[in-house]
Design a binder for this molecule. Sequence first.
Ligand SMILES: Nc1ncnc2c1ncn2[C@@H]1O[C@H](COP(=O)(O)OP(=O)(O)OP(=O)(O)O)[C@@H](O)[C@H]1O
Length: 364
Amino acid sequence: MKFIESDVLKALSTVDDPDLKKDLVSLNMIKDIEIFSDTIKFTVVLTTPACPLKELIRQNCVDAIHEHMDKDLEVEVVMTSNVTTTRSSAPLLPDVKNIIAVASGKGGVGKSTVAANLAVALAREGAKVGIIDADIYGPSVPTMFNCEQEQPTVRQVNGKNVIVPLEQYGVKLISIGFLSPADSAVVWRGPMASSALKQFIGDTDWGELDYLLIDLPPGTSDIHLTLVQTVPVTGAVIVTTPQKVALADAQRGLSMFKQPQINVPVLGIVENMAYFTPEELPDNKYYIFGKGGGLNLSEKFDVPLLGQIPIVQSIRESGDNGYPAVLKEGITQEAFTDLAETLARQVAIRNANFEQTKKVEFKV
Ligand SMILES: Nc1ncnc2c1ncn2[C@@H]1O[C@H](COP(=O)(O)OP(=O)(O)OP(=O)(O)O)[C@@H](O)[C@H]1O
């Protein structure tokens, strides 16, 4: 039987993207259809390279061709991706598809550890990733990425000086920590830190990025306001630990992004230090800080729980050694990879369902 392109599209229109709940053809995800006598070849363009459903979608496509066309056809599916965005008309950084704020209510809950490992995990999956360390109280990106001794350079683009971010483990990075020596007790005043963040956003040569993560200071500060006033932020991730005190603070952070004047979608909550696990006995879980806190918070605010990261000695060691835990095979790699994939899915869902976040304009 001779088939034409519309037969393939008709068959594939029975396959849904499980997250976006629409069929692949309506979502414009099918490209480059080729029809040979006994083979059908096409490309599926996913919404992120970090798609955990890649294999399921591929298999569903093969099954649909067999069911709706001919069960003996050879099916070749090329899986590729084009990260979605609502930011292409943004005045600043239009080539950065998604800006993701990583925030926490309390200090020391592991926000920077999560941000650094998320960035590396997304890059490992093939995404173009950058990170801005705007944590004025404890900029840790230079240490976590083992580039404390380095300095970003400046170059001219169209007659304008721009900062060239460093690059490590496939991630472009810049830190407020590069602006002052690590051992100097610089007390950053709000306005200085805010202008540094504006420079990192407006005067830095980020090029094309799929995800730009912003590691914010703990709590709610001037820096948070500067961020949402400077660029439309795709969404926020809230990092917490399971203790009551941390959860109460996380709730305040979450509420800030949800305030109608700010209105940044919360992509989800990460419960860090969710339980202790000895690396050699990964099935043993000890809930030393309490159990279920992250889940309760996510249910209360109706936002996803993106993942639970265990307390593992090597996560602390990797941070201190400048070699992110996600690069080391084992439970830490699994935990951060799963987290990155879940976050990437939430970004795609957010982009399919909501318009670009509006930049916040405060009237005084
Ligand atoms: N899951 C984990 N297991 C073991 N150690 C962890 C884990 N998460 C973070 N840590 C360690 O806890 C300490 C604090 O983490 P981190 O600096 O990421 O916190 P933070 O929330 O960014 O802090 P702040 O914003 O106050 O600077 C670090 O020494 C880090 O290595």
